[in-house]
Design a protein around this ligand. Structure first.
Ligand code: GLC
Length: 474
C-alpha cells in the first residue's frame, strides 16, 4: 500500500515534541513491513533543510482566497531516514526557522495542505491512504471529500491521529474563503462551537480516528477542550493505538550520543559512568539519586509545579537528592527554574533550551524521570527512560497509565494520581527508599530495559487499520 503521512513535524527534519518522533519513526517501520510509507512536511528553513540536498519533483501554484503562492515539492533522494521524504517549499510562508508560533500559522498550514493535494492531483497520484497527524493537516479529509478541485481523490481513505487534542487550529469565518471551493451545504463538516475547527473537521470526515494510547481515547470522551461530544459520537470509528519508540535510535548499546555504552549485562557500570559524567557537567553529587525532567515547560506537562516542587523536595530531602531539568517553554517557569540554581547549587541544575544530544545523555545517566503531566496522550519520554534503565515516576493519565505500573503493585515505576506538588514530593520520598534498596533498585532497572515498546508490532496494527479502510474503498 502507498501511504502518505502528512505532518508539521518529523524527526530529524523538524521536531518540537513527540509528534516529530512518531512521524520520524512509524513510516520507517511501515516500510520495513513491506509498505510504501512516504512523509510530507513543509520545508522550514532550518539546519536540516540547509544541509540536505533535494531534487525538485514538482512545481505549481496554490490559491488562498485572493492570494496566489508558488510551491515546489522537494524530494530527498537518498532515503536516509528509512522512508521517502518530501518537503513542500512555499517560500513566503515557510522560509523561516521555526515550525509554529507565527501569526499566520492558519495560512501557513492551509497552504501546505492545499499544495499537497494540488501536487497529488496535478501528478495523477492515487495513494491508498492519507494519514494526517494533528490539526495542522486535519482539513485534508474534508478537502478531498468536498472540494471540487480534488474530485479525483474523493474516495481516498483518510485517517487522522490525534497526538494532542488540546490544540485544534481554530479560525474564524473571515478566512473561510481561503479553502478551495466546495459545496457550501457541507459547511457543517468544518464547524464546531461557532468557529472553523480543523481538528473537529478531521474527526468528522476521516474514515478512522486514532489516538496515541487507549487510555487517552477514554479520557478525551470526558475532557477534550470542547470536543467531548464529538469524540463520543465518533467513537465507533475510533481506536487507541499506543505509540512505539525507535529502538534503533534509542539503544544504549549503540547510541552515538552517549559517553558510555551499556547493555543488560553491564548496565550498572554503564549507567554509573554516564551519571558521573553528567554530574560533573552540572556539578551534582553522583552518589545521590538523580531525578530529572526532560521536555517542554508547559502546563500540560505540569512544568509550572517544578519551581515549587524542586525547592520543597530539596529542603525536605536536603543533601539526599539531585534534580536536573532540561527544557524550554513558559518564560516565567524558565526564569524560576534558572533562578533556583543559586540556592541549591551542587544538588540542582537546569538547562533551559532544546538539546536532543543532552536528552540522550540524561536518560542514560539519571536514576528517575519525573512526569507529572496533567495531559499526556501517550508520552514517549517514559518509554525512552525504560529502555535506558531510568525509572519513570508518573501521574496516572493517558499513555502514562498504559505504560507504567507502580512497584507497589508488582510493577516497575512510581505512580500517583494528582498533578500536585505534594504527590510529586511524596513519590520522591518513595524513590529515595527504592534507591537505597540496591538489590530491588537494580532488579527494577534490569527489568525495565527489557520491556518491548518497539514500533514493529505497532506498525502491524496500523497496517491492519489501513487495510480495513482500503478494503472499504474497493
Ligand atoms: C504529543 C503528546 C504526547 C505524545 C506525542 C506523540 O506530543 O503530548 O503525549 O507522546 O504527541 O504521539
Amino acid at each position: 500500500m502507498l501511504i502518505y503521512h502528512l505532518s508539521a513535524e518529523c524527526y530529524p527534519v523538524a521536531k518540537v515534541g513527540g509528534l516529530g518522533d512518531v512521524v520520524g519513526a512509524l513510516p520507517k517501520y511501515l516500510n520495513q513491513a513491506q509498505q510504501t510509507a512516504r512523509v510530507v512536511v513543509p520545508a522550514y528553513n532550518n539546519a536540516f533543510f540547509q544541509k540536505t540536498e533535494y531534487q525538485t519533483v514538482h512545481q505549481g501554484k496554490l490559491r488562498l482566497g485572493p492570494f496566489v503562492f508558488s510551491y515546489s515539492v522537494l524530494y530527498e533522494p537518498t532515503n536516509q531516514l528509512g522512508f521517502e521524504l518530501y518537503q513542500i517549499a512555499i517560500p513566503e510562508l515557510f522560509d523561516r526557522p521555526n515550525v509554529y508560533s507565527y501569526e499566520d500559522d492558519t495560512e501557513r498550514f492551509l497552504a501546505f495542505q492545499i499544495a499537497f493535494l494540488n501536487w497529488l492531483v496535478e501528478t495523477n497520484q492515487q495513494p491508498d491512504v492519507l494519514h494526517c497527524h494533528d490539526h495542522h493537516t486535519a482539513l485534508i479529509p474534508f478537502m478531498v471529500q468536498h472540494c471540487y478541485n480534488y474530485e479525483s481523490l474523493r474516495f481516498t481513505p483518510t485517517i487522522i491521529t490525534i497526538h494532542n487534542g488540546q490544540y485544534q487550529g481554530w479560525f474564524g469565518y473571515d478566512k473561510l474563503h481561503y479553502l478551495p471551493a466546495f459545496d457550501l451545504s457541507k459547511i457543517g463538516y468544518l464547524e464546531w462551537n461557532g468557529t472553523i475547527n480543523p481538528l473537529a473537521s478531521g474527526i468528522k470526515c476521516a474514515w478512522k480516528v486514532t489516538t496515541v494510547s487507549p487510555s487517552y481515547l477514554d479520557e478525551i470522551s470526558n475532557k477534550a477542550n470542547g470536543l467531548e461530544n464529538l469524540l463520543r459520537w465518533e467513537r465507533p470509528k475510533s481506536l487507541g493505538i499506543l505509540n512505539g519508540i525507535d529502538t534503533e535510535l534509542w539503544n544504549p548499546k549503540t547510541d552515538a550520543l552517549l559517553e558510555h555504552h551499556y547493555g543488560l549485562r553491564d548496565f550498572k557500570k554503564g549507567k554509573a559512568a554516564n551519571k558521573k559524567w553528567l554530574c560533573e557537567q552540572f556539578r551534582l553529587d553522583h552518589e545521590k539519586p538523580l531525578f530529572t525532567f526532560i521536555g517542554r515547560l508547559v502546563g500540560e506537562k505540569g512544568a509550572d509545579l517544578f519551581p515549587h516542587m524542586a525547592s520543597i523536595a530539596l529542603h525536605e530531602f536536603s543533601g539526599q537528592i539531585n534534580i536536573l531539568i532540561l527544557g524550554s517553554g513558559d518564560p516565567e517557569v524558565e526564569q524560576q527554574l534558572s533562578g533556583l540554581q543559586h540556592f541549591y547549587s551542587g544538588h540542582y541544575s537546569a538547562y533551559i533550551g532544546y538539546n536532543e544530544a543532552l536528552a540522550h545523555k540524561i536518560y542514560a545517566g539519571a536514576d528517575f524521570l519525573l512526569m507529572p503531566s496533567r495531559v499526556e496522550p501517550c508520552g514517549l519520554n517514559q518509554m525512552y527512560a525504560l529502555r535506558y534503565g531510568t525509572i519513570p515516576m508518573v501521574r496516572r493519565t493517558g499513555g502514562l497509565r498504559d505504560t507504567v505500573m507502580d512497584v507497589g503493585d508488582g510493577g516497575f515505576g512510581l505512580c500517583y494520581d494528582q498533578t500536585s506538588v505534594s504527590d510529586v514530593v511524596h513519590s520522591i520520598g518513595r524513590a529515595i527508599q527504592l534507591f537505597a534498596d540496591t538489590k530491588k533498585f537494580d532488579a527494577v532497572r534490569k527489568e525495565i530495559q527489557q520491556i518491548d515498546h518497539s514500533w514493529n508490532s505497532v506498525a502491524e496494527t496500523y497496517i491492519s487499520v489501513y487495510q480495513s479502510i482500503s478494503k472499504q474503498h474497493l
